[in-house]
Design a protein around this ligand. Structure first.
Ligand code: OSB
Ligand code: MG
Length: 406
């Protein structure tokens, strides 16, 4: 408790190309390799790792991995190291009592991680770039928790030792291939299937999968903004398949059309891309645009904001689930800890390492057996609880690491 707040000494950026076990196709593109940006923060009390969720291209979001690395190198990293003019001088090392991240009142989880809790306000002078900011905050949080010997789950308030896992299934070349892939995941124990959809790949594949998994199988769809208001009647026909939810059919900025869809169908509408922070989450809920929320910490600027979204949804009885961005073990570990909170009442896109990679960057996440079939265990060691493998960091490096120092 009386430990002094650590000081950041150095920030390193690692860029890796990690091959996917199978191409992942969505309405916005097809990926065969996960281009990973890892942030390594070295403090006087130890180090920590964070994974940036930005993709190779600015298609899912305006953020992309080269942009995230650049904004960290030019603006965010120097600010955290206390050398970015007035901003750093004002905030670094001294959590600002007026900062939104620490002024959450008693019971705030941020109070015991003052350095991590100061990151958002230190970086607030840069507009947007939530994924880049979130990666930095995650690395600082990992370092600070490791120094305290506490796990992410402990800080977050995890109430479960195991979390229910779903799997996000990409657009397949044919319905037959889709059915084979889904059958494989069901066999492995996944508790929920999410199908990527787009115009021309919706009612038929969704109907076929519903038929295959039976009426009791949990099924949902994700359109990644591929539809427009004209498609509302078509999307309402998805009601026939008894889905858990329809995720983000319309553009990120278009809350109003999601409200219209929610009024036109029985299936709950769930926002992903549109939910940028706790303010947009509450607004979308109040307007009736989303009755379930996909929580992705990276998209919201970090785990501390994700906790606020969780809490706000819980107060409003809005179920949440943990999204994914094809993370390696570094990001997955923290996501699994988050998904152990009580408001996460639906299975997440927290799949096992093997669903993405032949080999993971950390010890692999493996689905449980018996009563834990279709679940992942919440790490309980300090920080994320996982260790980055030096050999793979070297073998998969796509460029030289960047060092940002004081
Ligand atoms: O919309 O949830 C999404 C992956 C990359 C970008 C956006 C999304 C996804 C997924 C994959 O659906 C979820 C996972 O990590 O398994
Ligand atoms: Mg989504």
């Amino acid at each position: 408790m009386s430990d002094p707040t650590p000081t950041i000494e150095r920030i390193e950026l690692h860029r890796l190309d990690v091959p996917l076990v199978r191409p992942f196709e969505t309405s916005f593109g097809r990926e065969t390799v996960r281009e990973v940006l890892l942030v390594h923060v070295v403090t006087d009390a130890g180090d920590g790792w964070g994974e940036c969720v930005a993709g190779r291209d600015p298609f899912y979001s305006g953020e992309y991995v080269d942009g995230a690395a650049s904004v960290i190198e030019r603006y965010l990293g120097p600010a955290l190291l206390g050398r970015h003019g007035r901003h750093a001088a004002t905030h670094h090392g001294a959590p600002d009592a007026a900062g939104t991240t620490v002024a959450e009142g008693p019971g705030s989880r941020g109070a015991s991680v003052p350095l991590a809790a100061s990151v958002a306000s230190t970086l607030a002078f840069v507009a947007g770039h939530r994924m880049a900011k979130g990666a930095l905050e995650a690395a600082v949080l990992d370092a600070e928790l490791r120094a305290q010997g506490r796990s992410m789950g402990e800080l977050f308030g995890a109430e479960r030792e195991w979390v229910d896992c779903g799997v996000s299934v990409g657009i397949a070349p044919t319905v037959e291939e889709l059915l084979d892939e889904v059958a494989g995941y069901i066999e492995e124990g996944y508790r929920r299937i999410k199908l990527k959809i787009k115009p021309g790949w919706d009612l038929v594949p969704v109907g076929a999968v519903r038929e295959e998994i039976g009426p009791r199988g949990m099924l949902q769809v994700d359109a990644n903004t591929a539809y427009t208001a004209e498609d509302i009647p078509l999307l309402a026909r998805l009601d026939a398949f008894d889905l858990l939810l329809i995720e983000q059919p319309f553009a990120e900025e278009d809350i109003a059309t999601h409200v219209r869809l929610a009024e036109a169908c029985v299936t709950p509408v769930c926002l992903d891309e549109s939910i940028l922070d706790v303010t947009t989450a509450i607004d979308a809920i109040d307007r009736g645009a989303t009755s379930v929320v996909n929580i992705k910490p990276g998209r919201m600027g970090g785990y501390l904001e994700a906790l606020r979204v969780h809490d706000a949804c819980r107060e409003r009885d809005v179920p949440v689930w943990c999204g994914g961005m094809l993370e390696t073990g570094v990001g997955r570990a923290a996501n699994v800890a988050l998904a152990a909170l009580p408001g996460f009442t639906l299975p997440g896109d927290t799949s096992a390492s093997a669903r993405y990679f032949a080999e993971d960057l950390t010890e692999p996440f493996v689905l449980g057996e018996g009563e834990h079939r279709g679940q992942l265990r919440v790490p309980d060691a300090a920080g994320t609880g996982v260790t980055v493998r030096d050999d793979l960091l070297r073998d998969w490096a796509s460029s030289a690491r960047v060092v940002i120092s004081r």
